[in-house]
Structure formats: structure tokens, C-alpha cells
Design a protein around this ligand. Structure first.
Ligand SMILES: [Fe+2]
Ligand SMILES: [Fe+2]
Length: 140
């Protein structure tokens, strides 16, 4: 599997959780800070690992002056900041980061992954996909 398809598959796995969190965090009957903290503390390592792997295995191989590469890299920093705040119990940050991530996945899939597929040879994308799968299986 190409690394770009592995990234898409990760997005598909995370999306239903993010949609659920966004709805829950937005409800009139606000979830308790303990619930926000617990959810954010589970979500944080999963999302940060995904972002770290896509940066290290793929995005660093793309033109670093390309507008969408710069944009998603900046969003990774914002996502980390919001996840930290949510893990401290901020419901608004949990809601915001869930929504931001859904848009972020969409932008990566519309602009960054197609750029990678145009820029890098298919064999390289396949080799990176194997590395992605090995690292994902190791859980680190
Ligand atoms: Fe990302
Ligand atoms: Fe991603």
C-alpha cells in the first residue's frame, strides 16, 4: 500500500471518533471536565503520532515552500497546542481540535497527498507505505 493510502486509511479510522467528540463537546449539557480530560488524553497520542509519522515519512520529502505543505505543518503545531489544552480539561479546545482535524484531513487529502503522488515515484510511495505499516504495527 502506498503511504498516501495508509494516511487516508488512518483518517477514515479517526473521523467517526472526531465527529462524535465534536457533537458531544458542543452539546448544551456540557460534558464534565474529567470526561474532556480523559478523552483528550486518549486522543492526543494517537493524533500526534499520526502527524509525526506523516511529517517524518512523507511531508519532509515534499517541496517545503509549497503553500499547502506549509499550511498543514503549521496546523500540526496548532493541533498539538489545542490537544494539550483539551488534555488539561478545556471543552472548547476539544471541540475546536476535533473540528480542525476534520478539516485538516480534508486539506491533506485534497492538496498534500495528491502533491506527493505527483512528486514522488510510485515505488518510493510503496516503500514508505511498508515503513508506515511496520511502525504502526510496532505501536510507535
Ligand atoms: Fe496532518
Ligand atoms: Fe493526516
Amino acid at each position: 500500500m502506498k503511504v498516501t493510502d495508509a494516511i487516508r486509511a488512518d483518517h477514515r479510522t479517526l473521523e467517526p471518533w472526531l465527529e462524535c467528540l465534536f457533537r458531544e463537546a458542543a452539546r448544551d449539557k456540557a460534558p464534565q471536565p474529567g470526561w474532556v480530560k480523559g478523552v483528550a488524553q486518549v486522543l492526543r497520542p494517537v493524533v500526534l503520532r499520526h502527524a509525526e509519522m506523516e511529517t517524518r515519512l512523507l511531508f519532509r520529502l515534499l517541496p517545503q515552500d509549497e503553500r499547502w505543505v506549509i499550511h498543514v505543518t503549521n496546523e500540526h503545531r496548532e493541533i498539538e497546542r489545542l490537544l494539550d489544552a483539551a488534555a488539561d480539561g478545556s471543552r472548547s479546545c476539544l471541540r475546536h481540535v476535533a473540528n480542525l482535524l476534520l478539516g485538516h484531513f480534508d486539506e491533506e487529502e485534497k492538496f498534500v497527498l495528491p502533491l506527493a503522488e505527483r512528486t514522488l515515484p510510485a515505488a518510493a510511495l510503496e516503500a514508505l507505505g511498508r515503513t508506515w505499516a511496520q511502525e504502526a504495527a510496532r505501536g510507535r
